[in-house]
Write a protein that binds this ligand. Structure first.
Ligand SMILES: C[S@@+](CC[C@H](N)C(=O)[O-])C[C@H]1O[C@@H](n2cnc3c(N)ncnc32)[C@H](O)[C@@H]1O
Length: 160
């Protein structure tokens, strides 16, 4: 079962890590507010985990956000939009309430990634299966939109 599917416990697990090549192409970031407790690599200079509850903490600097899945993802995109200096990675569920509330009216640019990502397990291992659906990178200010446009990750950038 793929990560993007709706119907299995595996699909609901949260610990799917961003492919490190994406962080390398877009970083450095100051803060990752939703990081695994035991992470195989840093994605930013500072990290919050579920033990901190990244939504309850102050956000600062340039933020990387590949949020927990499911209904909670909307809260993280709402926070990204309020913060401004952020790039988020989510599934391209462009028809959803989350997109119409916190992406289409608030983002400055979206990179629709070509193909499907292979996320990583918390031990660092790349998942054998792809994510099962399309992913997008969302920028919440003009500078990060410009970074998305020029980052070299294969896909189609759309300015909003
Ligand atoms: C889809 S994973 C992405 C991990 C990491 N952000 C990355 O890009 O590789 C979502 C992560 O959010 C963490 N998480 C879930 N709820 C959280 C919370 N309230 N505060 C901080 N982190 C949380 C999970 O433990 C999980 O590691």
């Amino acid at each position: 079962m793929s990560i993007g599917g709706h119907h299995s416990a595996a699909a609901l697990k949260d610990e799917w890590l961003t492919p490190p090549g994406i962080i390398a192409a877009l970083g450095p970031f100051d803060l990752e507010p939703c990081s695994p407790i035991l992470r195989p690599w840093d994605t930013a200079y500072s990290h919050y985990t579920i033990e901190d509850n990244g939504l309850a903490k102050p956000w600062f600097g340039r933020v990387w956000c590949n949020p927990p899945y499911g209904l909670h993802a909307a809260q993280w995109l709402e926070r990204c939009a309020a913060h401004g200096n952020a790039i988020a990675l989510v599934f391209a569920r462009t028809e959803t309430r989350m997109f119409f509330d916190h992406v289409w009216p608030k983002a400055y640019g979206i990179l629709f990634i070509e193909g499907r990502l292979h996320f990583h397990h918390v031990n660092g291992q790349r998942a054998a299966a792809n994510s099962g659906g399309p992913s997008v990178l969302i920028a919440y200010d003009p500078e990060n939109a410009d970074r998305l446009n020029r980052c070299g990750i294969q896909g189609r950038f759309v300015e909003l």
